[in-house]
Write a protein that binds this ligand. Sequence first.
Ligand code: ADP
Ligand code: MG
Length: 233
Amino acid sequence: MELVKTKNVVSTGSTELDDKIGGGIPIGSLSLIEGGSHSGKSVFSQQLLWGSLRNGFTISLFTSENTVKSLMRQMQSLNIDVQTYLLLGRLRVFPIEVSQSKGEALDDLLTAIQQESRHSDFIFVDALTPCIVGSPVSAVLGYFEQSKRLCSDGTTVITIMHSHAIDRDLLIRIQAVCDAHLRLRTENAGSKLVKIMEVAKIRGASKNTGNIISFEIEPGIGMRIIPISKANG
Ligand SMILES: Nc1ncnc2c1ncn2[C@@H]1O[C@H](COP(=O)(O)OP(=O)(O)O)[C@@H](O)[C@H]1O
Ligand SMILES: [Mg+2]
């Protein structure tokens, strides 16, 4: 059964995870999901995207990592089937082609986001990284500030970025603009690698800030939360 848009947060697809971030991602918020390569950024955002679709929202996804076809394949490997939503136009996917942007990738992306926000509830950008290579700090900050304006009109914007793409100072300034900031990393826990998500910031739920969640990614399932004690052991 499909849920209607009554809640003011959208589920991450995991109740445990939702609990850690104060119920889910707030509707009309600006979120940053940041981490190294293979830290789980895309898988997490795909689960979020799935949750948003199931909650009745319309989504536009800008991807620098996939074609529509490879994205479908990747999501199917997590047991997420969005074909129907694509056909219905509830999910719109736009591959980002930085090589053809003549150095104006960030501007082009922003224009496209603004356009999409007129009919989409959610905007996902996975990942912003190639668009900001060589961009001045002011342009990168500008991207987040402009996105924030769309949020005040009710759009939820989720931007995924590689940690190495920006320095600490800029990250702090971006975090100040964002309502939510989730940081992902991979850690060595004894004999195995686990993924860690840190809630660096979440709006209206200060008690959740600083929460740490460890998880694994399981084929056909997606993110599986593992107890911290186990992850450490
Ligand atoms: N369907 C899947 N089954 C098993 N592992 C997967 C699946 N999809 C992704 N992974 C693994 O999960 C990890 C995180 O992937 P991803 O979210 O794409 O990382 P990021 O976007 O942060 O670079 C990778 O190591 C990847 O191999
Ligand atoms: Mg990715």
